[in-house]
Design a binder for this molecule. Structure first.
Ligand code: ADP
Ligand code: MG
Length: 360
């Protein structure tokens, strides 16, 4: 095995642990004067990676800690493999956990850190070594067993934390912002590797993050949380193209907020009329949430002027200012071949794609 973690060759694999169904049923968690979880229902299918996505303070960590048994729920229940684990302590729930802050024991070597969970379970030394080595190989650090935490980069420390979490072959893996302390490039690499390992092991995984790009990249399904509730759960594609609310539309992916007029389930924006995804807004003046690729630079529509236009490799992103009161700025994504210059007069309209609206 090479020790180059960024480009793993054919990695060794632990036997697949197989997936376990996990369910949070109506989970409420109250702290003094605060309801952190307000009735969370969430099912993770066996082997599935679900991301809990939401802004800071919305209750992600609390949900994960309830699942782990680190917090007692105020109401509702938690089920692992169809067993209600409400009275089961953390160390009996058969979970692996990785947190944002590096959490290796500084006085133990990498190998000793990984062995720790097996030592607690009184696994014999030889078996312990073999399984820990396998687990380190899995994360691409097979040759780093003798090092100490301070001799590793942040990304390597998180790999060790992952190896340590997986060495006991837990039924469920819990990751709380495991990449947030890393710089962007390391983050993307390790994110893909977590996904590869998770898929290979088939381990049911709850991955918490506030980073929507990370969520879309890694998840089978994403649960978007807002103020202690799950606002929408779906595949990354579903969340992006059919958000159920302004919150989800605004939190997941780039979005324009454009003035429109709502009438009987249809909204008029930039001279086009498209259908509406959420039906809880009264007719009248609204804000419509429109993706940059759903705006068309065309011969028709609302007149506007180009501010800036950037080449982004596979597409071009152009900022355009509408000749409307308030001069709203619209972000448009379009073909690379369609070159636009600052100051150029254009017209904007919408592709026929349903949008979310909010009362203005
Ligand atoms: P997130 O992980 O989404 O950033 P948390 O789950 O950590 O959010 O926190 C949700 C809310 O619960 C926040 O308002 C936070 O201040 C509060 N909270 C979390 N843990 C405790 C605690 N032990 N005691 C009191 N309030 C807490
Ligand atoms: Mg948190």
């Amino acid at each position: 095995m090479t020790a180059t973690p960024a480009t793993p060759t054919t990695p060794p694999s632990l036997d697949p642990v197989g997936g376990t169904r996990v369910e949070l049923r109506g989970v409420v968690k109250e702290f003094p004067g605060l309801r952190a979880l307000d009735g969370v229902d969430l099912v993770l299918d066996p082997g599935e990676l679900v991301v809990l996505l939401g802004p800071s303070g919305c209750g992600k960590t609390t949900a994960l800690r309830c699942l782990a048994g680190l917090e007692e729920v105020t109401a509702g229940s938690i089920h692992i493999a169809d067993e209600d684990v409400s009275g089961v302590p953390t160390n009996r729930r058969d979970l692996g956990m990785v947190f944002q802050q590096y959490s290796l024991f500084p006085h133990l070597t990498v190998m000793e850190n990984v062995e720790f969970g097996l030592r607690m379970r009184k696994v014999p030394a030889e078996d312990r070594r073999r399984r820990s080595q396998e687990s380190l190989d899995l994360v691409g650090l097979g040759e780093h067993g003798k090092r100490y935490a301070h001799q590793l980069s942040g990304g390597q420390q998180q790999r060790v934390a992952l190896a340590r979490a997986l060495v006991t072959r837990p039924r469920v893996l819990l990751l709380d912002e495991p990449l947030s302390a890393l710089d962007a490039k390391v983050r993307a690499g390790l994110r893909d590797e977590i996904r590869r390992i998770q898929t290979e092991l088939g381990i049911t995984t709850l991955f918490v993050t506030h980073d929507q790009e990370e969520a879309l990249a890694v998840a089978d399904r994403v649960a978007v949380m807002n103020e202690g509730r799950i606002e929408q759960i779906g595949t990354p594609e579903e969340l992006y193209s059919t958000p159920v609310s302004p919150f989800v539309a605004g939190f997941v992916g780039l979005t324009n907020r454009l003035p429109g007029t709502l009438s009987r389930g249809m909204v008029s924006v930039l001279g086009a009329t498209v259908s509406v995804l959420n039906h809880n807004v009264p007719d009248g003046e609204v804000t419509a949430f429109v993706r940059p690729e759903d705006v068309i630079l065309g011969p028709e529509g609302e007149s506007a002027s180009v501010l800036t236009s950037s080449f982004l490799g596979s597409l071009r992103r152009t900022h355009v200012q509408l000749d409307l009161p308030d001069h709203p700025i619209v972000v448009v994504q379009h073909e690379v071949s369609d070159v636009r210059r600052p100051g150029e007069k254009v017209r904007l309209t919408l592709r026929d794609h349903a949008v979310v609206v909010e009362k203005r």
